[in-house]
Design a protein around this ligand. Structure first.
Ligand code: SF4
Length: 212
């Protein structure tokens, strides 16, 4: 049995920023089970290269269509992302480059919500145990604060079995399994770590949950 979730501040309409199918699968099923009206917003110009971006997006669209959830495919403004990341190329994961990256994605989410009649925004990013939830929540709250009537929902998607179900759903749906956070620098750093630890470099488009 799932807990029945409610939007903060008596919200009625949620815009869910989604980073990928594996992270949003559990978040989407929890929201659907609670009867909350929501739309998925895919804005992730951080994802590099384009082949990986398309793989992640297509998996997300496939799952949204399965549940009849509206899906907004926002711009892939990769030049803007790289421009904002200038000078932060060697920052570690969970550092200031990631704050910039979350800010950029949530700013666009909050703007779209404001212009299209949503009162609440949140993100599937926080369900990943590789991420710093406090950092994500700070960015989300900051983005929402620029728009009157928009609230960032800080719900902890990992709790009450959320992390376990995230993996179960990924296996059940045989989602594409990304092996790095998303940007060119996280791909570079993950490959460096793999090489140093005697592992093969990442091969895009090859691994799927439930198969590997
Ligand atoms: S490591 Fe992930 S969150 Fe950080 S900047 Fe790269 S894509 Fe964004």
């Amino acid at each position: 049995m799932r807990e029945k979730l409610e939007l903060p501040n008596k919200g009625k309409k949620l815009l869910l920023h989604s980073c990928c199918a594996p992270c949003s699968g559990e978040v989407m099923e929890a929201i659907i089970a609670s009867g909350i009206d929501f739309t998925i917003f895919f804005h992730n110009p951080n994802i590099h290269p384009k082949k990986e971006y398309d793989l992640r997006k297509e998996e997300n669209i496939r799952f949204a269509e399965k549940h009849n959830i509206p899906f907004v495919d926002a711009d892939y403004d990769v030049d803007d992302w790289f421009a904002r990341a200038k000078g932060m190329e060697w920052e570690p994961e969970r550092g200031i480059r990631c704050t910039m990256c979350f800010d950029m994605r949530f700013e666009r989410t909050a703007l779209f919500a404001y212009e299209n009649g949503f009162d609440t925004i949140c993100s599937s990013l926080g369900i990943s145990r590789w991420k710093n939830m406090e950092q994500i929540n700070d960015c989300g709250i900051r983005a929402a604060s620029h728009y009157e009537g928009i609230t960032y929902w800080t719900y902890n998607w990992r709790k009450k079995g959320g992390s376990t179900r995230m993996l179960e759903i990924s296996k059940r749906e045989e989602f594409y399994m990304q092996e790095y956070c998303g940007c060119a620098y996280s791909l570079r750093d993950t490959n460096k770590w793999r090489t140093e630890n005697g592992r093969e470099k990442i091969k895009l488009g090859e691994k799927y949950y439930g198969k590997d």
